[in-house]
Design a protein. Structure first.
Length: 135
């Protein structure tokens, strides 16, 4: 079994996570411990690694737009939300495809999927290579 820093590609820099459901909070604590700082609101960016629980209400477009603005050009944004069999039980109105499309519409590309817990999944989004500045 891969360690959290391998599975979720944790950077050596600071890593932040934001989410409020009991399952998200508990899994963050169990899986990442002190490796990831859980925050109510992300500090000003840019950041190399962010993880955010997708809220069950509000605009997916706004959700992604706010987080994209905090990423460094080569940063990763992990979004966490209920797996399909648990979406209704957890009052989550969006399908996996809705979340993916919103991320793509925000100018990101998805390049990895990982189980977060038994009922939650996650997708990693990154800025496309073609849009990263070349130094």
């Amino acid at each position: 079994m891969k360690s959290p820093w391998e599975k979720f590609s944790l950077p050596s820099a600071a890593a932040y996570a934001s989410g409020t459901s009991a399952e998200f909070v508990q899994t963050m604590r169990e899986v990442f411990g002190p490796l990831v700082e859980r925050v109510e609101a992300f500090p000003a960016g840019p950041h190399a690694w962010l993880m955010s629980e997708v809220p069950g209400e509000g605009s997916l477009s706004a959700f992604f737009r706010e987080r994209v603005a905090l990423l460094e050009p080569s940063g990763s944004l992990w979004v966490v939300f209920p797996r399909k069999p648990f979406a209704a039980q957890l009052s989550f109105p969006y399908a996996w495809l809705d979340v993916q499309r919103a991320g793509l519409a925000a100018g990101l590309v998805d390049n990895k999927i990982a189980a977060f817990s038994s009922r939650l999944t996650s997708i990693r989004f990154v800025v496309p290579l073609s849009r990263r500045s070349r130094a």
